[in-house]
Design a protein around this ligand. Structure first.
Ligand code: GAP
Length: 515
């Protein structure tokens, strides 16, 4: 646990030191759960967005992208169910005066049981060596089976109680499990209460004439209210999708773990409109497609798993999370939801406008069903960034800190480094920058010895260093050093663009995924 915390602290301080993420308004001591992306962070975020947009919009002829406003008519949130049901169940500890999400306390308890299972698996894997069959062990080892049942039962009961709004039973479960406050260590809990997560504001100049508005808690509703506009103007035929990237706001109570849970964040969402009755097929399709997208980044299959929901949101008939192994354990990264016709039907009812589709093949009108894929951009950033950060021991006994970001997402693709600051080397290096900058984000760096510059670029996540030396003046070749392998090879200046392009192009990475 202490190691996990240390690793996570390193991630946070590295993000600040290398120009990725800082607390918002830091000079005023910051604002809780609100963060700013600085120069490298802004680039990494932009590249993740582009990687998603290309896979979702550019590569799918039947998906288009929109950019809807953050402010929406307040009735939107009545129709979507957010005014009545977008609540977190909260519980306070009377001794520490700290407030918690009741479901998170219970999930953390289950997380501890899962840790025990992982430990048992590790022990058994060591004991049995090559002959170890994880699947068989999980289904036959009595202790592990008991842990699994226990975890399942707890989650099932919590799901049932939350669904039925039986908050007294949620409290009873916390008491039965003897969950203590992480701060005071006591079990002196208040009752569980619901708390709405939407931020309110007002539109208009005077108190009497102004209208109460909400900052959108999800981007999805901007897509639903534009369903007919896009379908008609784009002559879209079902099945088709509408995608969007944008800010969302939630007054999170348990806002911790850096950019994992923020009060202002970005979502990349896609609503896929289908015929009623086809939801099972498309739900499976999008689960698979989204997992392929994640795997295309080459970070390792073992970092991902599906978690099918027991407790469904008010709009869903099936839901699954893609969970990622963050430094603090497996947690939700993306949700795939089968939303039925809940949203469009409800907007029809509240707006009085028809939100239907005439299906020429069936010769009938219907309200389409929807499969949604919804991923947090900031959460994706954290997944990529935290997994990339490594301390490596090198063959010569030294060590280095390296940020092994997938090259396609790296903020700066190459640093151009003159070996010395004289003899015409800076001039040639500047010429190379002047040419490459038309295609990539590149950086010129002449300060410090070359070894230190390499280390600095490794830690910043730059996949290539291009070193200009005296030979370069004679034969127009440079040394190209790879961040990950640290291999160096001589490359003609004229070929740099093609070599870098091959390593960082969206096409190259996305094609691998078979999307
Ligand atoms: N439209 C469906 C929807 O909003 P959600 O599960 O509440 O579903 C989708 O959110 C994704 O948005 C999550 O999987 C997560 O990646 C991201 N997300 C949600 N709340 C967040 C927060 N407070 N901070 C950062 N990301 C968040």
């Amino acid at each position: 646990m202490a190691k996990q915390e240390d690793d996570f602290k390193k991630v946070i301080s590295h993000a600040k030191e290398y120009g990725y993420v800082t607390q918002s308004s830091e000079i005023y001591d910051g604002l809780s759960a609100v963060y700013d992306y600085t120069q490298n962070g802004a680039e990494l975020k932009k590249n993740i967005k582009e990687y998603w947009w290309q896979a979702m919009v550019q590569l799918n002829e039947n998906i288009v992208g929109i950019d809807a406003a953050i402010f929406m008519h307040p009735t939107t949130w009545k129709a979507s169910g957010h005014i009545d049901a977008f609540n977190d169940p909260l519980i306070d500890n009377k001794d520490s005066k700290k407030r918690y999400r009741a479901d998170v306390l219970i999930e953390d308890y289950v997380g501890k049981i899962e840790k025990k299972i992982e430990k048992e698996v590790e022990k058994a894997a060591k004991r049995f060596g090559e002959a170890f069959d994880k699947g068989q062990f999980l289904s036959t080892n009595p202790r592990v089976v008991k842990y699994q049942e226990q975890a399942r039962e707890i989650l099932k009961r919590m799901g049932r109680s939350l669904e039925a709004e039986d908050l007294a039973d949620v409290k009873a479960l916390i008491e039965e499990l003897e969950i203590t406050c992480p701060v005071s260590g006591s079990r002196n809990w208040t009752d569980v209460k619901q708390f709405n997560l939407m931020f309110g504001t007002r539109l208009g100049a005077t108190a009497e004439s102004s209208m109460e508005l909400f900052l959108r808690p999800e981007t999805a509703q901007g897509i639903f209210v534009n369903f007919s506009n896009v379908q008609k103007s784009g002559r879209m035929k079902i099945p088709f999708g509408i995608a969007q990237v944008g800010k969302a706001f939630r007054n999170e109570i348990v806002a911790r773990q850096f950019i994992f849970r923020m009060r202002e964040f970005e979502q990349m969402e896609m609503q896929f409109f289908i015929r009623p009755g086809e939801q099972k097929k498309w739900y499976e399709h999008w689960k698979e497609a989204r997992m392929k997208w994640h795997l295309s980044l080459g970070m390792g299959e073992e970092l991902y798993r599906f978690h099918d929901h027991e407790k469904l949101a008010h709009y869903a008939d099936a839901a699954s999370d893609i969970e990622f192994r963050f430094p603090f354990g497996f947690k939700e990264l993306e949700g795939i939801h089968s939303r039925t016709d809940f949203d469009l039907s409800s907007h029809e009812k509240f707006s009085g406008k028809k939100l239907q589709y005439f299906d020429p093949e069936l010769g009938t009108h219907y309200v389409p069903y929807v499969i949604e894929t919804s991923i947090g951009l900031d959460r994706m950033f954290l997944a990529v960034f935290s997994n990339a950060l490594r301390d490596e021991e090198l063959e010569d006994g030294s060590s280095r800190t390296v940020l092994k970001l997938p090259a396609v997402l790296a903020p700066i693709k190459a640093a151009v480094l003159p070996l010395v600051k004289k003899d015409g080397l800076p001039e040639l290096a500047h010429d190379i920058v002047a040419d490459l900058k038309w295609d990539f984000m590149v950086q010129y760096d002449e300060k410090d010895a070359i070894g230190r510059r390499y280390r600095r670029q490794d830690a910043a996540g730059t996949p290539f260093c291009i070193t200009v030396d005296h030979q370069s003046l004679e034969d127009r070749t440079v040394t190209l050093r790879s961040r990950d392998s640290m291999e160096q090879k001589r490359v003609p200046v004229a070929e740099l663009k093609e070599v870098i392009q091959q390593a960082v192009s969206y096409r190259h990475w996305l094609q691998k995924s078979g999307l």
